[in-house]
Design a protein around this ligand. Sequence first.
Ligand SMILES: [Zn+2]
Length: 120
Amino acid sequence: MRVARGLIRLAMEIARNAHPREFLGFLREKDGVVKEIQIIPGTVTTGSSAFFRSIMKPIDFHIVGSIHSHPSGSVEPSPEDLITFSRTGKLHIIVAYPYCEDCWAAYDREGRPVQVELVD
Ligand SMILES: [Zn+2]
């Protein structure tokens, strides 16, 4: 998967602003590159990861997966995350506190780590 470098930077900024709460968004692909985050209104939550459960993927074929933050500092998906991953697409990014350039990880539908290619 190809992901725009700017998307990661943007995600870190959103995560910093939301901290100590989590934010959740969908990843949108354009011209073969994942370059947009669609923030889901009302999903910035109080730090519990239960918020994912009721979220349904919208009907938008450009959406390829999800992105959310972990104020805890762990980039490991929670059991709830794995349920969401299986329902919402093929690429899932977790950005973790302190939201540094490398403070993120990408997973596939089954929660296995995946390599992404960062493009400018
Ligand atoms: Zn999570």
